[in-house]
Design a protein around this ligand. Structure first.
Ligand code: FAD
Length: 500
């Protein structure tokens, strides 16, 4: 055989191996499995995942089979949006993202597309939330544009407009890694460390105290930090507003989906249906003693139910043992009969689906227990401000919140992802302004102006032209007044700058 023939064979072998390694990564079904497959892929193909500016292009060159081309086409289309200036809009900007939930990861993707160096730290190493989020039409379009179908074949099949939190995280982790984001699991953010007065061996910029303490991320210096660590945000300096409604007790329940024909036939109960159907709730109460204000059912990886239950019916059915005024005491584990709770949620699910689901066996949660949870959401929180700027020894730090840390969602409507992604884009837009050297007061004033729109957004009042969507807020909010908060309303404190 000629040496060119042998070289050709070797080349084919290498292509096939690269394709297989990439496929293993794409198909990985756990967080740890994904990170492991990614690390093998990088090692075998001699790619440097820390070289964030070149990583995506190097990976594309190394894995070029037809099967993968459709994904590259999609990601290229996104990356070529003008707003990113060919991955150079934020060159040199370093960002730390706290939390690898959907919103932290979605923000990471935008920041890496802008050319930032992005490091995500996530305190856990499993994605185990079966609960399901409602997707607005724009989020479906957005995720498809990032290759959702490639990572998760069942993504929004037919008319389905929801996804389990863990599938969403898994998909976004994969896209993030492909685009050069550095992700560290089992790393917990503790607090910000101010730059030292004098330059020292450990550096001279803003850093983070993390657990475990010797981890290399503790040496990472950054210019931007994003709090995406869920409702209990750990970043200092943000005041929280509380919205207190009447007592609201929610229950979530997940049952095993065996994907049988019988299960496939059962109709979902969508997030908007409940208010219109008083008859349903009266019959439910009469037949079972269960008294609900609403119920939602999504058929996803699991059969997922979320409902708001009235306290008296929980007492009557023995789910809550003693009646207390303080909700914390009322719902404390020693005042809840777990068996009765399992029966209550199962009975509601059974009635809600007209007894058509053949077997309602609970799925198993993170703790190895039947996946049911009951909690109080009488109060919902929102941060008063979306961002602030800190300055110490001549080093400025842009601090921002996204996702649940910024604005808690109403679970029965599952708004956490849709509003969360809007905030992720708005934050990326702010980082772009920051990198361009816009004045801090202008940046914060604009960010706060845009943040005021967020709690009011609905699928109906945001722009319908999804094809045009980018991090530029003008592409998404039709009636945007990006200067309703003026720079003079934002106060420069000695160390902190935020809205007064
Ligand atoms: P999250 O998804 O909460 O992600 C925050 C991430 O930060 C987590 O992965 C967490 O481990 C990590 N983290 C926290 N602290 C630190 C730290 N100090 N250092 C590093 N990492 C940290 N919404 C609904 O609409 N319906 C539901 O049924 C529903 N169920 C939920 C169940 C649970 C258990 C939780 C926690 C949330 C649920 N939500 C639900 C909310 C929904 O998950 C969020 O709205 C959505 O995922 C977007 O949130 P996020 O990315 O901002 O935050």
């Amino acid at each position: 055989r000629s040496s060119t023939g042998q070289m050709g064979e070797k080349e084919d072998e290498r292509t096939a191996q690269a394709s297989q390694l990439f496929e293993n990564f794409v198909q990985a079904s756990t967080c740890k499995g994904t990170l492991q497959a990614f690390s093998i892929l990088c090692r075998q193909l001699e790619l440097d995942p820390l070289d964030h500016s070149n990583f995506y292009n190097s990976l594309k060159a190394a894995v070029s089979t037809w099967k993968v081309k459709a994904l590259w086409t999609k990601l290229d289309k996104r990356a070529q949006q003008k707003v990113y200036s060919q991955n150079k809009a934020c060159q040199g900007t370093r960002c730390l993202i706290i939390g690898g939930g959907p919103c932290g990861l979605r923000t990471a993707i935008e920041l890496t597309l802008l050319g930032c160096k992005v490091v995500v730290i996530e305190k856990r190493d499993t994605f185990s939330r079966n609960n399901v989020l409602h997707l607005w039409p724009y989020t479906i379009h957005d995720l498809r544009g990032l290759g959702a179908k490639k990572f998760y074949g069942k993504f929004c099949a037919g008319s389905i407009d929801h996804i389990s939190i863990r599938q969403l995280q898994l998909m976004l982790v994969k896209v993030s890694l492909i685009l050069g984001v550095e992700i560290h699991v089992n790393v917990e953010f503790i607090k910000l460390l101010e730059p030292p007065e004098e330059q020292t061996d450990v550096g001279h910029g803003w850093r983070a105290e993390i657990r475990p303490s010797g981890h290399p991320v503790s040496d990472f210096e950054f210019d931007v930090v994003i709090g995406a660590d869920g409702r209990r945000s750990t970043l200092d300096g943000f005041r929280r507003k509380e919205f207190r409604g009447k007592l609201a007790i929610a229950i979530t329940a997940n049952f095993v989906n065996r994907n049988t024909t019988a299960e496939a036939k059962v109709e979902e109960i969508s997030g908007v249906a409940f208010i219109f159907n008083q008859k349903f709730f009266l019959e439910l109460k009469e037949d079972t003693g269960i008294d609900l204000e609403n119920i939602v059912y999504y058929k996803d990886n699991t059969h997922y139910f979320v409902m708001t239950a009235k306290k008296q019916s929980l007492l009557d059915k023995g789910v809550i043992i003693n009646d207390y005024m303080e909700t914390e005491r009322l719902l404390s584990p020693d005042n809840v009969n777990q068996e009765a709770l399992l029966s209550y949620a199962r009975e509601a699910a059974d009635f809600g689906t007209n007894y058509q689901l053949p077997s309602l066996d609970y799925a198993i949660n993170h703790y190895g227990q039947p996946d049911v949870a009951m909690f109080d959401f009488t109060c919902m929180y929102a941060s008063e401000n979306a961002a602030l700027i800190r300055e110490k020894h001549g080093h400025q730090l842009l601090v921002a919140l996204v996702g649940d840390s910024l604005l808690e969602p109403f679970w029965p409507m599952g708004t956490g992802c849709a509003r969360g992604f809007l905030a992720a884009f708005d934050t990326a837009w702010m980082v772009k302004g920051w990198a361009k050297g816009k004045s801090p007061l202008e940046i914060l004033a604009e960010r706060e102006s845009i943040y005021r729109l967020l709690p009011q957004t609905t699928p109906e009042n945001i722009s319908k032209n999804f094809e045009q969507y980018s991090i530029d807020p003008a592409t998404r909010y039709p009636n945007l007044n990006a200067s309703c908060v003026r720079p003079h309303q934002v106060s420069p404190g000695s160390r902190e700058t935020h809205l007064e």
